[in-house]
Ligand binder design. Sequence first.
Ligand SMILES: [Zn+2]
Length: 149
Amino acid sequence: MSEECCSQTQKSLKANCPVNGNKGKRVPTITLKSLLKPRALETLNPESNYFFCDSMDCSVVYFNQQGQTFLTDEVKVPVFQKDRGGQVPVCYCFNWTRDRILQEIQQTNHSTAESSIRTHIQAGRCGCEVNNPQGSCCLANVRKEVRDK
Ligand SMILES: [Zn+2]
């Protein structure tokens, strides 16, 4: 059984960000259709493969191999990998923000985020490909966030 949702993402396909050279993972086009602001969406090439740059210090969120880029201010939501703010979701589907994760740990010395999200994934409720800018499952980010608290 796969523990990650959205496993249809072609994780093996990668390309380099035209701004900082970081290797970006392929994201489904539906992710861009869902999360780009209207003006940016008007320039989307649906035939193109888009990739996600996860570098904290690069403002490119999506790029393709023709050099087109979409920046953080062209995406409807703050991007976890590029914004250290407490209100930024780690899990976009069920709104586990950094602050919510931290608060629970401070109050109970324990995080239920991962088990709660996992339950929803198993019930088929997660929609990372349309909610999470990275276009794939948030669990690895949640685990890291809990570990780092
Ligand atoms: Zn980049």
